[in-house]
Design a binder for this molecule. Structure first.
Ligand SMILES: *Cc1c(COP(=O)(O)O)cnc(C)c1O
Length: 349
């Protein structure tokens, strides 16, 4: 297995539990790129080998590293009903013989029955996760508290639970997975005549975004990392990514690695909000499928490509720029949004 600790020394201090085999592929997207007038490629983090893959596999390698180190017998996490993080936590826990406890939040106001039964929700059930429901949506700290309460009950019963905390008052351990991913990407590009000028990533919790940014800067690579907001507007997301990046840099022993000017966030395709399919995202999903046979999801990767397309159309990404699109996975959610995609399919020429 590729070991990034050789190129980013500070990473080696953190326990890591491998959850996927090998490096994820880099692929050119010539047809889509020429339609947009840029040189487009993608890093296929949807091709991680665990349970349909996605960016959370890299993040979970570090959470499970910590869980295994403390000899945990269960793992707890909270997320949206169609969260990929909970699905991959359940799969990783099952692989390692731990019991997954998943708290599902009603974060997206939806009435579609598929959203409440198919996609990641179905997979969580198939993986035998212990599922609790948490009623409200946006309050991260409250969801974390409910999770801690459940962990306390398990402890009282003699268990050894490990809690994956996603709130800003806990260290961004998962972001280390994308510090490592930057090193993997750098190694893959060794000997390449042309490297990307710009890496485009979805920005949700911000750990993928902050991790990638800290990783490339730790390698001395000045490539721009553009976040596409998928959950919060740019005004809220910018300080969040800034904070996470500063924390990650400190964790690997590299203070002063990131400037304010490094934090690039665009939220022009965020409306009407998290997890709500909009026309730009439908168009991006349909274009990627029709031009490249590339599947994207409605919540993250599809919206990220939509944001990239919008930046090109607004002239923010110049013609012929070499752009690397990070495919973060999320594909099971496609099936939970199937009814909402029908209309888009019929429009593709
Ligand atoms: C969680 C998720 C994201 C967002 O990543 P963050 O690290 O939370 O910003 C992007 N894509 C997919 C498919 C995800 O599941």
């Amino acid at each position: 297995m590729f070991d990034p600790s050789h190129t980013i020394p500070g990473l080696a201090a953190f326990p890591r539990q491998p959850l996927s085999q090998g490096q994820t592929p880099l692929e050119a997207l010539p047809a889509l790129g020429s339609k947009l007038g840029i040189v487009l490629s993608t890093k296929r983090d949807d091709c991680q080998t665990l349970a349909f893959g996605g960016n959370k596999v890299r993040q979970l390698e570090f959470y499970f590293g910590a869980a295994v180190q403390m000899a945990a017998d269960s793992v707890l996490i909270t997320g949206a009903l169609q969260s990929n993080f909970t699905r991959l936590t359940a799969a990783a826990a099952r692989r390692l013989g731990l019991v997954p406890h998943i708290q599902l939040e009603e974060r997206v106001a939806k009435t579609d029955p598929l959203y409440h039964s198919s996609g990641n929700l179905f997979l969580n059930q198939l993986l035998g996760a212990e599922i609790d429901f948490f009623p409200s949506g946006e309050e991260e700290a409250a969801a974390d508290r409910a999770l801690d309460q459940r962990a306390e009950e398990l402890r009282a019963a003699g268990g050894r639970p490990y809690v994956i905390h996603l709130g800003l008052d806990h260290p961004p351990i998962g972001g280390l997975g994308y510090v490592a991913a930057a090193a993997e990407l750098w190694a893959q590009l060794e000997g390449a005549t042309e490297r990307p000028d710009l890496i485009v990533v979805p920005s949700g919790s911000g750990l993928t975004h902050a991790g990638m940014l800290v990783g490339v800067r730790a390698l001395g690579w000045q490539v721009a990392v553009q976040g596409i907001a998928v959950r919060r507007g740019a005004d809220m997301q910018r300080p969040r990514v800034r904070q996470r990046a500063a924390e990650l840099a400190a964790m690997i022993g590299r203070l002063e690695l990131i400037d304010d000017g490094d934090i690039l966030i665009d939220d022009s395709v965020l409306a009407p909000g998290y997890g709500q399919l909009n026309p730009a995202t439908k168009e991006a999903i349909t274009l990627a499928a029709g031009r490249e046979g590339l599947l994207l999801d409605p919540v993250y990767s599809g919206r990220c490509l939509a944001g990239l397309i919008d930046l090109v159309r607004r002239g923010e990404i110049a013609p012929e720029t070499r752009v690397l699109f990070l495919h973060t996975g999320g594909l099971p959610a496609l099936f939970a949004y199937q009814n909402l995609m029908d209309e888009a399919q019929s429009k593709y020429e």
